[in-house]
Design a protein around this ligand. Structure first.
Ligand SMILES: Nc1ccn([C@@H]2O[C@H](COP(=O)(O)O)[C@@H](O)[C@H]2O)c(=O)n1
Ligand SMILES: C[C@@]1(CO)OP(=O)(O)OP(=O)(O)OC[C@H]1O
Length: 152
């Protein structure tokens, strides 16, 4: 068995979409980033890479590379899953905490879980999805924390 941990934060700004777990969430503010800024998928990508000591998302997908400008972050997650599986790893569980003061994410819980299940290839009861506010500590940011458990 292997475990991995990842996290990510992005500042929020106007004129940007808010992508989380591969879905666009209606919001007046979105993530400022080189890619689509999906902090949830970035944290999961780093968690998978960390389980096999493969560095981090920036090592594999530099934010100076024009290829990743505006890219949907499931591209990064799928590559991390491919690299883990190429080493005999099989994802068996994932837990994700999303930290965001606004908007409320609970209304989107079902859709977010369904998309995570599709992207990770896990049943929904193997995916923890928790929403928190920062209690005002980071009102202008979206943050994510991810833990993954793998066989192999
Ligand atoms: N963006 C968010 C943040 C939180 N929630 C829900 O609110 C509950 C309380 O959050 P605290 O950070 O104040 O403990 C949390 O358990 C979530 O159910 C949300 O829906 N969207
Ligand atoms: C994803 C990459 C590449 O576009 O850049 P950003 O979208 O800015 O996001 P970040 O969380 O800083 O991760 C680094 C890079 O891999």
């Amino acid at each position: 068995m292997r475990i991995g941990y990842g996290e990510d934060s992005h500042r929020l700004g106007e004129g940007r979409p808010l992508y989380l777990c591969g879905l666009e969430i209606p919001s007046p503010l979105g993530a400022l980033a080189h890619s689509d800024g999906d902090a949830a998928l970035h944290a999961l990508t780093d968690a998978l890479l960390s389980a096999y000591g493969l560095g981090d998302i920036g090592l594999h997908f530099p934010d100076t590379d024009p290829r990743w400008q505006g890219v949907r972050s499931e591209v990064f997650l799928k590559e991390a899953l491919r690299q883990v599986e190429a080493r005999g790893g099989k994802l068996v569980q994932a837990s994700l905490v999303l930290i965001l003061d606004r908007p409320k994410l609970s209304p989107h819980r079902e859709a977010l879980l369904e998309n995570l299940s599709r992207l990770l290839g896990l049943p929904q009861d193997r995916i923890g999805l928790t929403f928190k506010t920062s209690e005002g500590l980071a009102p202008e940011h979206v943050q994510a924390r991810a833990v993954v458990l793998l066989d192999g």
